[in-house]
Design a protein around this ligand. Structure first.
Ligand code: DC
Length: 218
């Protein structure tokens, strides 16, 4: 038997930070599914494949070796790509890569396998609706687009990535639009998900709210 906490929400809603803290509090394996689509995108860039070469991107998604360590390190074919997958180039292309249906199906299979017989917290865009519609706990995290862009901008500055607030805001708006209109796995609110708006709350307050929801279900 496994216990599954599923979290969905748009870019910058706080999923990554919150999921990490909750995973530590409840001893859950933390699976960041956005990082998986980012790995495929990075591999595509490294192999100089463009977005029109759909079959080549699908082939990457079939054979890719992604290893998520408990400390948050992400290995792609054995190499540490934790920082690289957050680059501007990857962020600019990842939503389109994740719109390719076969790529999604391959990732969904992998995500279900990764969670088999484990207690996990999995975050992404389609976890509550498509990957684990019967998850024990379903959360939709949200925040205003300006607040989300502000968070991402600060995060990127901390990582030493050169960018502007307007550039980040534009990227997030484009990704929102794309992520909400996919053939399968579009970002939407599951009818039975608890919606948590994080705009005016600190990370700790959000973690507390979600912890209480999990405790009620356990
Ligand atoms: O959460 P993130 O920003 O790292 O996600 C990167 C992209 O991957 C995002 O634009 C949407 C896509 N994604 C997806 O389509 N399905 C998921 N389960 C997770 C992410």
């Amino acid at each position: 038997m496994s216990f599954i906490v599923a979290i969905d929400g748009p870019a910058g809603s706080g999923k990554g930070t919150v999921a990490k803290k909750i995973s530590e509090l409840f001893g859950l394996l933390n699976i960041d599914t956005g990082a998986m689509y980012r790995c495929i995108t990075l591999e595509m860039i490294n192999q100089k494949i463009n977005l029109e070469e759909i079959q080549k991107i699908i082939d990457i998604s079939k054979n890719i070796d992604i290893d998520m360590k408990e400390n948050g390190t992400i290995l792609l074919n054995g190499k540490d790509v934790t920082k690289e997958i957050r680059s501007k180039e990857v962020s600019g292309l990842v939503s389109q890569v994740s719109s390719i249906t076969e790529v999604r199906l391959n990732m969904v299979n992998l995500q279900r396998k990764m969670a088999e017989n484990k207690n996990v917290i999995m975050e992404g865009r389609d976890i509550t609706t498509y990957v684990f519609p019967n998850a024990d706990v379903k959360i939709y995290l949200d925040a205003s687009v300006e607040e989300r862009a502000k968070r991402r901008f600060l995060e990127m500055q901390e990582k030493g990535i050169t960018t502007t607030f307007d550039e980040v805001l534009e990227n997030i708006k484009k990704r929102d639009e794309n992520d909400r209109h996919k053939e399968i796995g579009s970002l939407m609110i599951a009818p039975d998900a608890a919606v948590v708006d994080t705009t005016n709350y600190s990370i700790d307050e959000v973690v507390n709210k979600i912890s209480n929801i999990i405790k009620e279900k356990k």
